[in-house]
Design a protein around this ligand. Structure first.
Ligand code: SAM
Length: 364
């Protein structure tokens, strides 16, 4: 059975665990350190731990940090269930209901009043950045926050895509047009159900190290310095494809962010529309990679970009690698086609990238 924690919460432009598994198997041995400075939902570090490797991960987006921390440092199911009950017992509906009125219209239309006041409460009390059980509960909530609730009782919002949070005005128009109303859900009950479902799979015996940081700083952090990775398996933001911040605005709100979409507040690298700025970011990636990878190690990059040919991706990646403090050589590359995306149904006519490039480099 596929480990159920992989799908704890969808993440746009995530790579499948099979991709990480293949390269971890090919390029590393048990006990080696595998790193991912753009970890997203945590595919690489989680798969590395499952395969008996150590894992080092970073991402600047709190959603990515929370999901990766939950998967790579997850507590026992009994601890999670105990904490959910403790939170439920401390919840006072009459205190939280009035607070829902200060939120924009989107929230009333997305959530039933009881669901929304429970979410507001959890948003306030969960200490996801410091407490392992709270990171897991927040991650379970992030996975349930929005999705196709007409088809499944596992989502809290009125009908939305599960991968990205559609914009508020668009969502309201969509619900008006299709007559969608918010489902009646009890958040605590759903969290318990989701936890039991995920924990049918084991968490890894080893724990990973995750940082909420710009990739440029990862190797400078005290806890990371002098740690040498046998391999980096990663996927930076793609050229002009998505803004992880804007497209995840609702999940970011749940983790303490503002109740509306933002851009460039979390990361200025999320969406480079200009190729020159994009390649500067890729060059910065190589500077970090040069510090993180051990001699003889490898860097595997999955990348794409609007308007970029496969050759342009490989040439750009290889060209930028000259700024790394080490000699880097391209070993192999191939392209893969991206299947139809779930978001296509909600954004008809949007044309994203249709293929990705996987490039493998050796560091001398
Ligand atoms: C293509 S996604 C990675 C997806 C990941 N491989 C997975 O399977 O989920 C790129 C990631 O880069 C992150 N990112 C963007 N700017 C960043 C920065 N300056 N430092 C670190 N991470 C950044 C985004 O938040 C996003 O999670």
């Amino acid at each position: 059975m596929r480990n159920r924690f992989h799908a704890l919460c969808p993440y746009f432009a995530m790579f499948p665990e099979g991709f990480a598994e293949k390269w971890i198997d090919e390029l590393t041995d048990p006990g080696d350190l595998v790193a991912d400075p753009f970890c997203g939902r945590g595919t690489t570090p989680f798969q590395a731990l499952l395969m008996g490797r150590n894992a080092l991960a970073g991402d600047i987006n709190p959603v990515a940090y929370c999901l990766t921390a939950a998967k790579t440092q997850g507590p026992a199911l009994s601890t999670v269930c105990r904490r959910i009950s403790e939170l439920e017992n401390a919840y006072e509906a009459r205190r939280w209901r009035p607070r829902t009125r200060s939120l924009p219209e989107f929230f009333d239309r997305a959530y039933d009043p009881r669901t929304l006041s429970q979410l507001l409460y959890l948003r306030d009390v969960l200490r996801w950045s410091t407490r392992r059980s709270d990171a897991m509960i927040a991650a379970l909530a992030l996975g349930a926050l929005h999705g196709e609730s007409e088809k499944s009782p596992s989502y809290l919002s009125a009908q939305m895509p599960r991968t990205i949070s559609t914009k508020p005005a668009y969502s309201v128009r969509f619900w008006d047009r299709h007559g969608h109303v918010p489902p009646r859900r009890d958040v605590f009950e759903l969290l318990r159900r989701r936890a039991r479902f995920r924990y049918a799979s084991p968490l890894p015996a080893l724990r990973g190290h995750v940082e909420l940081t710009d990739f440029r700083n990862l190797h400078r952090l005290k806890a990371v310095r002098r740690r040498e990775a046998r391999c980096i398996i990663t996927s930076p933001p793609y050229l002009d494809v998505t803004s992880f911040e804007e497209d995840q605005w609702l999940r970011l709100w749940f983790l303490g962010g503002p109740p509306h979409p933002t851009r460039n507040r979390v990361s200025r690298d999320d969406r480079h529309e200009l190729a020159s700025a994009y390649w500067r970011m890729v060059a910065d990636f190589w500077r970090t990679a040069g510090h993180l990878v051990a001699s003889g190690g490898h860097v595997v990059v999955r990348m794409a970009g609007k308007g970029l040919s496969a050759n342009a991706v490989v040439d750009g990646l290889t060209g930028c690698s000259v700024v790394a403090s080490r000699d880097v050589s391209l070993v192999d590359w191939e392209t893969s086609t991206i299947p139809r995306r779930q978001t296509d149904a909600f954004r008809p006519g949007s044309v994203g990238v249709r293929f990705e490039v996987d490039a493998v480099f050796k560091v001398v």
